[in-house]
Design a protein around this ligand. Structure first.
Ligand SMILES: Nc1ncnc2c1ncn2[C@@H]1O[C@H](COP(=O)(O)OP(=O)(O)O)[C@@H](O)[C@H]1O
Ligand SMILES: [Mg+2]
Length: 343
């Protein structure tokens, strides 16, 4: 009997389009001999549809207008219970934060990736940093602030600026605590634009981080694939994203072809070794399961942990599958391991 697999894509996150591209690749690579593959798309308002149309329509995000091939789902739990395994290919909010994982738990269906706890820890940049710091791994110095504090009438903004100037120094990076794909992120050169950058980031999340800007960094990532059956956590050879511009922003990530990928990252042997070990330690400390991409900033003599993604991109230019493939794990094998890894 073939395993009944459901791929879910889209949803209410700012990474809706990326999710559609990732899902289209995953559907294409899933072995039809082994799996009976079905798809559900969630639109930007959170409405669920069973989708039977072309993969190209998913990839190019035209599935929502393909009314002949989609059918409204009114009972999500009942729908989810029809499958053996669900692959929630959802990035960011509601996808990587424990929300969909909670629904899958309620439906009592097995699913790919991290559980509620791991997902909600990893999406929270502040909490992740606290835990990683406790492992003795460097994190970029930061100051965090909530919207409650910031918009309180008694809050002294000038004091905040002074604090940042003194403890971090300009430039700084301002970013939402729980976002992805560089949404709401800005680089701030001086105190004049700091407040508006914080207000901008607060549009995306209730909490904001203000971090010391790390210049001349290499952005190095490591793919983790857990194979429960083999009882091992595999850390890939780290890869590097060579930036076309200083800030690795949304355009650079998905549109600007000039950002290049280099596997292995051009760092020392010792740093490669350290990053693989750190990544495994972080994976365990943050209570992750199945899959994660752990991101670092690397300087000549220092490695900083930056963030974790629990449902990394699977687009044609995505690091996660490329790093594993570099180590000889084929695309289909990655998907097989993920699907057979469910608890
Ligand atoms: N402290 C920092 N110093 C320099 N650049 C940074 C810093 N923090 C983030 N960036 C840049 O912004 C990008 C997005 O930030 P990141 O923390 O990875 O959030 P996201 O979840 O949006 O990917 C990074 O890939 C990097 O290019
Ligand atoms: Mg990032």
């Amino acid at each position: 009997m073939k395993k009944k697999v459901l791929v879910i894509f889209g949803s209410m996150s700012s990474e809706h389009e990326v999710s559609c591209i990732s899902a289209a690749n995953i559907i294409e690579y899933l072995d039809e001999e082994k799996y009976d593959i079905k798809r559900v798309g969630i639109d930007k308002n959170g409405i669920w549809y069973y989708y039977t149309g072309g993969i190209k329509n998913i990839r190019e995000n035209r599935w929502i207008r393909d009314i002949m091939n989609k059918e409204l789902i009114t009972n999500q739990i009942k729908e989810l219970r029809r499958y053996d395994v669900v692959f929630p290919v959802l990035h960011g909010k509601f996808g990587e934060d424990g929300s969909i994982q909670g629904l899958l738990e309620l439906a009592r269906v097995k699913y790919v990736g991290c559980d509620i706890l791991g997902s909600s820890i990893a999406i929270n940049k502040i909490l992740s940093k606290e835990l990683v710091f406790s492992l003795g791994i460097n994190v970029v110095p930061y100051i965090s602030i909530s919207d409650r504090e910031f918009f309180n009438r008694e809050f002294d903004k000038r004091k905040l600026v002074e604090n940042i100037k003194e403890n971090l120094g300009f430039p700084v990076i301002v970013k939402p605590n729980k976002e992805g794909s560089s949404y709401g992120v800005s680089k701030v050169e001086d105190d004049v634009s700091l407040i508006s950058a914080i207000e901008f980031a607060l549009k995306y999340d209730n909490n904001v981080l203000i971090e010391k800007y790390i210049s001349k960094r290499k952005e190095v990532e490591c793919a983790i694939l857990e194979d429960v059956l083999e009882e091992r956590i595999f850390a890939s050879t780290p890869g590097e994203i060579i930036l076309p511009s200083e800030l690795y922003d949304f355009n650079a990530k998905y549109e600007n072809k000039k950002s290049r990928i280099q596997i292995p990252a051009k760092i020392s042997e010792e740093q490669i070794f350290a990053i693989k070990n750190y990544s495994k330690e972080i994976f365990k400390k943050l209570r992750l399961t199945g899959i994660a991409r752990i991101d670092f900033f690397v300087l000549k003599n220092k490695i900083y942990f930056n963030e974790v993604n629990t449902m990394p991109g699977f687009t044609d230019t995505s690091m996660y599958p490329m790093m594993l493939m570099h180590d000889g794990i084929g695309y289909k094998d990655i998907l097989d391991i993920l699907i057979n890894n469910v608890y």
